[in-house]
Design a protein around this ligand. Structure first.
Ligand SMILES: Nc1ncnc2c1ncn2[C@@H]1O[C@H](COP(=O)(O)OP(=O)(O)OP(=O)(O)O)[C@@H](O)[C@H]1O
Ligand SMILES: [Mg+2]
Length: 285
């Protein structure tokens, strides 16, 4: 683990660590309650409920088409649920638009990175925080000083975040020129621009070489340990999930099938049945 890249953000941590027991009075950081999402005749998410404990790195696994990405879109405000509720830090955020949920401290990445290819890596990061002063049309006219100060702050934050993910050398390159793994790191960097309480990562390891994957894992662990950022991550790489996440939630056909410590989940017969038709004794990991 390198100590050369401090975790971005200067606020004192306030969200606990994964080893701290959740106090009975504190609500879970994220509570997913009975979510349903239909696409025409297809029910992608079917009365799905589970909590994500403050300070945890929670894994979300399940076969292709289980509804994991759709669940992320419901929780992060990209889709409206047909039924059910989402609570973030005890607050009902069901149906709020994604930029408001982002501002409340929940950010997500996409399964397929969504970088703006012709913009530089730095510009991609500076797009992130919504409601910045310069976006409001009257501000550049009446408050040019404030706008410049805000841009300076934003640029500093972007530099700090890029340094953390070790992409500073790419700052002025077009984002489209990055490798698949670097795009995943940029996605992670983007989630850090707003000092999130919880980050939802959709397959951070997909298409990433093992060296870069090791780096992404190290960054997740560092952010969790040093900043208390909670993670909920979807991943098909079983050794990664089993080594990084606790607990692990398994989705199947739109619902939560089981959840628990990785060692228990990977040998659960219901999980093996859902994944493999019960042919094997345990998921690798
Ligand atoms: N926008 C959409 N319109 C119609 N159907 C959709 C849409 N998004 C997802 N689906 C369907 O909903 C189901 C759940 O898809 P989802 O992408 O959430 O699964 P997933 O668990 O993320 O799968 P994977 O592991 O392959 O990424 C699938 O049957 C999928 O085809
Ligand atoms: Mg998916």
């Amino acid at each position: 683990m390198s100590d050369t890249n401090p975790v971005p953000g200067s606020l004192p941590r306030s969200t606990g660590t994964r080893s701290e027991a959740e106090s009975p009075a504190a609500p879970p950081l994220l509570s997913i309650q009975g979510l349903v999402k239909d696409f025409g005749g297809l029910r992608a998410v079917n009365h799905c409920s589970f909590d994500v404990a403050r300070g945890s790195i929670t894994g979300l696994i399940g076969p292709n088409g289980a509804g994991k990405t759709t669940l992320f879109s419901l929780v992060s405000g990209f889709y409206r649920p047909d039924e059910g509720r989402v609570f973030l830090d005890g607050e009902d955020v069901t149906g709020l638009p994604s930029h408001l949920i982002f501002r409340k401290g929940l950010s997500r990445t996409f399964q397929i990175p969504r970088e703006h290819k012709s913009m530089t890596v730095m510009e991609n990061l500076m797009l992130v925080p919504k409601g910045q002063l310069g976006e409001r049309f009257w501000n550049p006219v009446f408050r040019p000083g404030a706008v410049r100060a805000q841009e300076r702050q934003l640029r500093e934050k972007a530099r700090e975040v890029l340094d953390f993910v070790e992409l500073s050398h790419m700052a002025d390159q077009p984002a489209g020129a990055m490798s698949g793994g670097q795009k995943k790191l940029l996605e992670l960097a983007r989630t850090l621009m707003a000092d999130p309480k919880i980050v939802l990562l959709d397959e951070p390891g997909a298409g990433v070489n093992p060296t870069l994957m090791g780096k992404i894992r190290e960054k997740i662990e560092q952010l969790n340990r040093e900043r208390g950022i909670t993670f909920l991550l979807i991943e098909h790489d079983m050794p990664l999930v089993m080594g990084l996440c606790d607990p692990v939630v398994v989705m199947n056909q739109g619902s939560k099938l089981v959840s628990g410590p990785p060692a228990v989940v990977r040998t659960d017969p219901r999980v093996l049945e859902a994944y493999l038709g019960g042919q094997y004794g345990a998921l690798e990991g």
